[in-house]
Design a protein around this ligand. Structure first.
Ligand code: EPU
Length: 430
């Protein structure tokens, strides 16, 4: 872990001077699941536009340890995965503890090999991340679950999961994806109820269908899967969808610090909740089929708005931190209601050092008063989303800032320093 790397950022003191184009990369939270789904294939899975980020590298390390062969095309973000050597059903604890998304491997592994063992998965420090939906769901599909010394051992009778009707008590992105994948090789029909609706889930489902899976109801709360045989890549290359969280973060940066910034390779219709609030706040932008152009240069004042995080198509929890930076610069009082995670407002405390006026009311709610002029400071990124939010705060601030723990930012954003430099940000990696 490159803990020692830092970003040194020269702030713009509130000026809106950035300009040019910034391209959005492939979606972390889609590609991690597409990679995991390779376990369901009997031939090759090929994926392009794979973001070169730490979480993707960790996922590939796990897949390799399971016996999957991964090759990368020279100079391209194109990967090929061959699963014929898949034999190992142990998800290695050291890597898995760093990557919450490793939980999605349990479904396809259990379904293909009839057993899986894994530790409690790690990830960001953003709140309780239970796995009860997974354990309960596997039991409903006929598996037995044993816990021993921090490890979970799940096995299906006769190595075959049975189709089942599963109601998720909470809408969960990874649980929806995991059980969709598990059901693809299970016996009979599975009906998943109260599913999450995120576009990454729909994209994963469409990919599985294109490879032979029988899935209906994608993008609705009820998904039905008829189990069948192994899937086939048929020589096709799946292109990773654009990352809507990265796009949203760049749009917020544009609103705060750009005179004219075009955010390319994005899907504006995945960002309705954000764009609607920004319009309400007074941000001037235009939309194209695959770009958003933000004009921040009129020195116009933005108005405070309230946000409430919600499952898709509501306001994404992953954009709550960068949006809160925006709210520190708007006129009036904003109310931030984080409904998904209970520790995802803690970053607001350290933000006070920049000069923000934010009050954390409880683990889910905060009030932000603005606008406040920011002064550059030294700060540690606590997780990837808050880490990028601090980078945006540092760009808005007056003077120099140092952001520590760049590893967290690299987990989710590819070479963000280089890309920000190209639009006029004074940022160095040391
Ligand atoms: N939940 C349970 N039991 C479970 C699983 C989840 O009660 O077994 C609850 C959680 O406590 C939470 C809610 O369900 O209240 C939603 O959590 P979810 O399972 O949807 O989160 P996740 O699937 O672990 C994914 C993303 C997160 C993103 C959330 C919400 C991946 C790998 N991660 O997490 O992304 O915040 O959905 O949209 O897809 C990030 O990228 O920074 C990130 C944290």
């Amino acid at each position: 872990m490159e803990k020692s790397e830092v970003f040194i950022i020269e702030g713009l003191a509130g000026q809106r001077s950035l300009s040019g184009e910034i391209e959005v990369g492939g979606a972390k939270n889609e590609v991690l699941k597409i990679l995991a789904s390779s376990i369901l294939f009997d031939d090759e899975v090929s994926i392009s536009a794979v973001p070169q980020i730490e979480d993707v590298f960790r996922m590939m390390e796990i897949l390799t340890s399971l016996g999957i062969t991964i090759s990368k095309e020279e100079g391209e973000a194109v990967y090929h995965l061959i699963t014929s050597g898949l034999s190992n059903s142990l998800i290695p604890p050291e890597i898995s503890k760093k990557l919450r998304a490793s939980i999605v491997l349990t479904g396809p592994l259990l379904s293909r090999l009839g057993e899986v063992s894994f530790p409690y998965p790690g990830g960001c420090v953003i709140g309780k991340r239970p796995i009860d939906l997974f354990l309960d769901g596997y039991k409903q599909m006929g598996a037995t679950v044993r816990e021993d010394n921090g490890m979970f051992y799940v096995s299906a009778p006769d190595k075959k999961l049975q189709g089942a009707e599963i109601f998720f008590k909470n809408q969960s992105v990874t649980a929806t994806e995991t059980f969709m994948m598990a059901a693809v090789l299970a016996q009979g029909k599975t009906v998943l109820k109260n599913c999450a609706l995120e576009p990454e889930i729909v994209s994963l489902g469409d990919f599985l269908i294109s490879a032979g899976a029988q899935i209906s109801g994608l993008g609705t709360p009820t998904i039905e899967i008829i189990g069948g045989g192994l899937l086939s890549g048929k020589g096709k290359v799946h292109k990773t969808m654009p990352d809507r969280i990265e796009a949203g973060s760049f749009i917020l940066l544009g609103a705060l610090a750009a005179k004219d910034l075009k955010i390319t390779n994005c899907e504006p219709n995945h960002l309705d909740s954000l764009l609607n609030l920004l319009r309400q706040s007074g941000v001037n932008f235009s939309l194209g089929p695959n770009f958003v152009r933000v004009f921040g240069n009129e020195n116009r004042k933005f108005q405070a708005v309230d946000i409430k995080t919600h499952e898709y198509p509501g306001f994404p929890t992953d954009l709550q931190a960068p949006m809160s930076i925006f709210l520190t610069q708007t006129v009036g009082q904003s109310f931030v209601f984080e409904t998904i995670y209970e520790n995802r407002l803690n970053y607001l405390e350290a933000l006070e050092r920049f000069g923000s006026k934010a009050r954390i009311l409880d683990s889910h709610r905060a009030i932000i008063d603005g606008p406040t002029a920011f002064l550059g400071k030294e700060i540690e990124s606590p997780d990837l989303r808050a880490g990028l939010a601090y980078v945006i705060a540092a760009i808005v601030a007056k003077g120099q800032s140092v952001v520590h723990n760049v590893y967290y930012i690299d987990r989710g954003y590819e070479r963000v320093d280089e890309r920000f430099r190209a639009i006029g940000v004074g940022i160095k990696r040391m």
